[in-house]
Design a protein around this ligand. Structure first.
Ligand code: URA
Length: 424
């Protein structure tokens, strides 16, 4: 049956399911430019309101994958497994997890993203290492993966090109916030990447992507379903992002903290989440190795150092340091009950660590060090956050973002669990 774009738009607008043919017609037509942005925008907005059935979502995801290549990594001779995080503030887990799981015997073919808005991006963090590039040509990416066992790189244009166009359009049409659109966007790229296993670190709390725990849980279930239906063994951990992870937020500050973790020290929360994700990844890969000693005895660090060298980086060159700091003190004595994670993310972004548009540069040295965790006893005037910026004029905007973000009270707050649930 022939179809046309107006029929597709009317069908979804009226709450009727799209046929497989209509979905493929739309995804292929938008990717090759025969369907216009305004028509695609109308369909995306209709999907935000009318959602998709599981059959529509399966076809939509498959159609997005089919616009590009699905990598075949069978040449590696090691089981492949990757991790995706829905992102947050201070989430430097990939920098530690990728070399750790590779050091345990799996291949980790991580294609990561850049930061946008209040969440940081793994590629920006890696690129704060002097000389390091994440934009590896496909042959080089495969070579590093084969030689080292792990790589963190940007996706080439052949990985789900439909998503590249659709995500850019969603970003400017207020159509990002739809569970089927988010789930298909993330999973089409991960499935096309060629990994056979995937662990999703889905963040809950004020700094999470959706900011709503019930919707986030549905997103996790939806992504796990898509992965398993497409032959990628997928598990999700729901982990806390109600306060920043670890102490450091901002590119180079997070690399320094990651190096501490790779030396077997570093903040306990990041270490615990990293080890939990590593155990899930290794179980999926069928590798019976305890990752904890591999993190503590330097084997994970050795893989990280090799990854950096293979990607052109030089850890001997000091990381960028911002020229100016500003301390945010505790307003009174008591217990830190809340440190709004999204507010810290926005502050870090305003300090220069993130970008407003994807073509913007980031400041590698900018960011914040979080000096107290929820539940800690603090004294009046004790530093809670140390802000770092190249340009001191940025402090005012960051301080404004933190207005109302801190709650110090007489009673200690109940700590939220670091790992709230597992979905398989
Ligand atoms: N990240 C993605 O890759 N896609 C989305 O839709 C949202 C977050």
């Amino acid at each position: 049956m022939a179809t046309d774009i107006l029929e597709v738009l009317r069908t979804k607008r009226d709450g009727v399911e799209l046929s497989d043919e209509q979905i493929r017609f739309f995804i292929d037509g938008y990717t090759d430019g025969s369907i216009a942005d305004e028509q695609a925008s109308a369909l995306l907005m209709a999907i935000v309101f009318q959602s998709m059935s599981s059959r529509e979502l399966a076809t939509w995801t498959e159609a997005m994958i089919d616009t590009g290549d699905r990598a075949d990594l069978s040449f590696l001779g090691r089981p492949t497994v990757d991790k995706h995080s829905t992102g947050g503030v201070g989430d430097k887990v990939s920098l530690v997890l990728v070399p750790l799981v590779a050091a345990c015997g799996a291949a980790v073919p991580q294609l990561a993203g850049r930061g946008l808005g209040h969440t940081g991006g793994t590629l920006d963090k890696m690129e704060s290492i002097s000389g390091l590039t994440t934009m590896l040509p496909p042959d080089r990416y495969r070579q590093v993966l084969a030689d080292v066992g792990g790589v963190i790189a940007g996706a080439s244009g052949d990985i789900a090109p439909a998503d590249r166009k659709l995500y850019a359009l969603r970003d400017v049409t207020a159509t990002v916030e739809s569970i089927p659109l988010i789930a298909s966007s993330i999973m089409s790229k991960k499935i096309a990447e060629g990994t056979k296993g995937l662990v999703l670190d889905v963040k809950l709390g004020s700094g999470s992507f959706l900011g709503d725990d019930a919707m986030t849980r549905t997103l996790a279930e939806t992504m796990v379903g898509i992965g398993n239906d497409n032959g990628v063994r997928t598990v999700a951990l729901l982990t806390d992002m109600d306060q920043p992870m670890g102490r450091a937020a901002g590119n180079a500050l997070e690399v320094t903290e990651s190096l501490d973790l790779l030396r077997g020290s570093g903040p306990a929360d990041v270490r615990e989440v990293t080890l939990a994700l590593a155990r899930e990844m290794l179980a999926i890969a069928g590798i019976d190795v305890d990752p904890e000693p591999v993190l503590d005895d330097g084997r994970a660090m050795e893989v990280f150092e090799r990854m950096v060298v293979e990607q052109g980086g030089d850890l001997a060159v000091p990381l960028a340091e911002a020229a100016h700091t500003h301390v945010v003190d505790a307003p009174r004595a008591g217990f830190l009950r809340r440190l709004d994670c999204k507010a810290v993310g926005v502050a870090v972004w305003r300090l220069g660590a993130g970008r407003a548009r994807k073509e913007d540069d980031v400041s590698y040295g900018a960011g914040a060090m979080v000096e107290a965790r929820v539940g800690d006893r603090v004294e009046a005037g004790q530093p809670l956050l140390v802000l770092h910026a190249d340009d001191p004029a940025r402090f005012d905007g960051a301080i404004a973002a933190l207005d109302g973000a801190v709650d110090v009270g007489d009673e200690p707050a109940d700590p939220r669990p670091l790992i709230a649930d597992r979905i398989a």
